[in-house]
Design a protein around this ligand. Structure first.
Ligand SMILES: Cc1cc2nc3c(=O)[nH]c(=O)nc-3n(C[C@H](O)[C@H](O)[C@H](O)COP(=O)(O)O)c2cc1C
Length: 170
């Protein structure tokens, strides 16, 4: 496991850092990430949470923190439907294509719209990235279909699962 500082992971200690890297074009993914952070402030008050946009993220940044959470909607990047958001695609499929996640605990959120054939396929791309780069997916990916407004309870429930899984690991 990647642990350059020699720090022993402890998922319940204060100072635990969740690093969220997201891409959002019309604001839906950002809304989901913000709803998750709001919930986690209640559920896991000791956690530090860092939010970074994919367009300003460098490959090594993906190793920062105790857990990496990737979030992206599904887009027609390169004129093909069912792809990652363009910024997330550049980050994961180009800039960080050779990164080794070294067993890092990871989770993912994928958004989409059920009017598209490849509904929320971003979730599959994010999972594929984690597993093929030796990350460790610690819970099933959250999929949010259509407008996220009004889906805050689903996001909260997933956030609780994330905390519970990490308590078990820690
Ligand atoms: C040009 C375009 C292409 C899209 N392609 C897909 C797609 O292939 N599959 C899907 O499920 N949703 C697709 N969507 C819907 C978006 O994933 C959805 O609106 C999402 O909530 C946008 O999130 P964002 O604002 O964070 O980028 C597409 C939307 C647009 C505008």
């Amino acid at each position: 496991m990647d642990n350059p500082g020699g720090r022993v992971p402890n998922f319940t200690r204060s100072g635990f850092l969740l690093h969220i890297v997201f891409a959002s074009t019309s604001g839906h993914t950002e809304y989901v990430v913000d709803a998750l952070i709001d919930s986690l402030k209640d559920i896991a008050p000791g956690w530090e949470i860092e939010e970074t946009m994919a367009e300003t993220t460098q490959p090594q940044d993906l190793l920062r923190g105790d857990v990496l959470l990737l979030a992206s909607a599904t887009w027609n990047t390169g004129s093909i439907e069912g792809q990652l958001n363009p910024y997330m695609s550049v980050l994961l499929q180009d800039k960080a294509k050779n990164l080794d996640l070294a067993s890092k605990p990871c989770a993912a959120i994928g958004l989409g719209d059920d009017r598209y054939f490849y509904t929320a396929r971003a979730a599959d791309h994010l999972e594929h990235y984690v597993t093929t780069h030796h990350g460790r997916l610690i819970l099933p990916t959250l999929k949010i279909l259509n407008e996220p407004y009004g889906q805050e309870e689903t996001v909260r429930g997933w956030g609780k699962q994330l905390v519970d899984v990490l308590k078990q690991i820690g």
